[in-house]
Design a protein around this ligand. Sequence first.
Ligand SMILES: [Zn+2]
Length: 117
Amino acid sequence: MTIRGINFKVGIYDEEYFCHECEEQLKIGEVNKKTWRCNTCNKKLLIKIKDLEEHVVRLLPSEVDRFDSVFNYFDYEFVELKGIILHDNKKEYLLGIAEYRQHKVGKDDFLDCMWRY
Ligand SMILES: [Zn+2]
């Protein structure tokens, strides 16, 4: 698959929020948008994005590892990472993306990653 472009901006489509641990669905007003974790058990919330089969978890770049797949809203497909490192400026992370050039994201910018069981 050829990647046409990258858009990692989260929360642009209808979403549903669910805690796997508590087996509870949350309303948007109940969701902690600073952490995207459950207020009860502190586990990452599962997010169901409109028309997407897989669930995602919303991670800060510091929570992402190179085995994560990041949801690319541009192509509405996940992209596989080859690596993720903190930039020398300490404000951004550099993402190596399979079949694509490096991509920079701010350290406080959440990424939607495929939920791994
Ligand atoms: Zn929970």
